[in-house]
Design a protein around this ligand. Sequence first.
Ligand code: SF4
Ligand code: SF4
Length: 421
Amino acid sequence: METRLHPRFENDPAARIAEDALRACVHCGFCNATCPTYQEQGDELDGPRGRIYQIKEVLESGEANATTRTHLDRCLTCLNCMTTCPSGVDYNHLVAVGREVVERDLDRPWRERLLRGLLARALPARWPFRLALGLGRLARPALPARLKRRVPPRQATETVPRPANGAAGPGFQHGRVLLLGGCVHDAIDARINAALRHLLARRGVEVVETGAARCCGAVEHHLAFEERTRARVRANLDAWEPVLERGVDAVVSTASGCGVLLRDYGHILADDPTYAERAARLAARVRDPVELFDAESIRELGIRAPADHPPVAWHAPCTLQHGQALPGRVEPLLQAAGFNLVPVIEPHLCCGSAGTYSILQPEMAGRLRQRKLDNLEAAGPARIVTANIGCQTHLQSGTDTPVEHWLTLLERHCPATPAGA
Ligand code: SF4
Ligand code: SF4
């Protein structure tokens, strides 16, 4: 699309990136076919092509308006449109620029400002979330069923054995990974990180932790607090430096949503002369846990589903299949362990979780969750497995079918001694 930036953006590097993305779009509309909000609303302004036009108008006129903000708020940033787009339009960075400009130029109503500000502070700080969750768990028995599902029960981590690092059997990989603890992960379900630690230790891989700097910055980024996101990325790089200097083979998060932002560190600090190179180096080492295992390693670990294990349904988070471009990677691992997967239609569609989206856009998030659960549960699986704590919590709040991370499912069926050891 022919684009002329307003003079106020002429020296703005982020707007230049947006301009490249706008120029790449040929306005074909293929992306609308896979956009969840377009599918639900049937409104051009709630599809990627319409949003791209609205961002173009803002960048050309130099003026943001509340209508554009509404339609950008309704975008899940699921990046389904990027997977579909034949022209390679960089919607991810384009929508981030659009949101940053809209946020800078327009004041939100005070209630929205308050909620967004609270989320941006409380989630990365961890203790307010842990406190709220703890109180919710205390009140859980007295809550009606609908609310009860929204408060995840405490998960017992002692069922996950934790052998010392390096307890590998023959043929297992060695190396060192930096594990990002995450801001809310362990409070919601500490079994997930524990399962990864255990499985990697069984392969002789040393796991080092990120210490107190556990939040990747995705919460602030989703809320368009871009300066705060950049500050957090710089602080993380400083905090992780001693470990990175010792050499790590991979930087890993068990939440695929965090993985997307970690991979984007180089882009986020591309204009920072002090941090750009370090950020790019870290981003190049980011791996999702699914990249640390293959079908052979699952067999070597001796992971085996019981013969009578009922079928499971796999939900691929958008952040794994679109954001990190790793579709179809978990299923072979589950199948190698003998799990029977049910067929699921519309696997490309978002479940409605999308970071803080389910809190800020509850109506649309609820509709998408129901659509996703109808598809996941159509063949009657005994449990649903996924790869992102946000999807896990959001889906679980709408169903009694257990929802868990694929790592905890595999780890539960991992024997104490590796096969052939
Ligand atoms: S599919 Fe790509 S090129 Fe076509 S309208 Fe969507 S973003 Fe633009
Ligand atoms: S990121 Fe998702 S919700 Fe947003 S425009 Fe693209 S497909 Fe639609």
